[in-house]
Design a protein around this ligand. Sequence first.
Ligand code: PGA
Length: 254
Amino acid sequence: MRTKIVAGNWKMNLDVETSKKLAMDISTDIQNLETNNTRIIIAPTATNLYPVFHQVGMDTRIELAAQNMHQAKNGAFTGEISAEMIQSIGINNVILGHSERRTYFNETDTALAEKVSTAIQNNLDAIFCFGEVLEDRQTNNHFKVVESQLQNALFHLCEKDWKNIILAYEPVWAIGTGETASPEQAQEMHAFIRTVIAKKFGETIAQNVSILYGGSVKPSNAKEIFSQPDVDGGLIGGAALNSTDFVALIAAIQ
Ligand code: PGA
């Protein structure tokens, strides 16, 4: 059975105290939920990872993720953080290739291929994000674009690497816009993603990898999206900043 995952990307929001409070609220609010077979991941900004990890460290249901990392082991890369640094504070996950990183910080598929490898070498789970922009969808190029993003960043992996990969399909036109892919659009793309992975790596890997949907998921639309057979959870932005909403999303996947 594939693992279900609800991951909250807090982006560049909250200071250390409000981050700790949000994490604690989530920890308290999930107490009455049956969360078996669901990974709950939160991704505070880099400065708040360590304090939040300490705040909820005893709550084994909540994992943390970094929002980005550099592909190099270490060196003269001012402002960056490495996989080893993330590991050294006890964190085992990293989001890679978010569309905001691709758009505002020019992250390329080539750099992302290296980042994914570095993450895996350091035993981090990589939440690899990808998805088409509106124009790709309007011109019916969305499948081609998604296929090439997967090919360019992930096709160099070997089979055993896939245990560290979580995929997050996030159509760029749905991120932070209030506009969501319909459950049918999400299902259609997720099924396509599995066929792309199956062709290269085989059916077992394709069936076992968790594929999250991201883009304006909220309590009012989560149940329908999460109930699609190839959707294994969500990568959540705005709704992850409110513990009631985030916990409602975790409830929606049960
Ligand atoms: P959103 O963001 O839920 O606010 O659309 C999703 C994301 O950026 O991962």
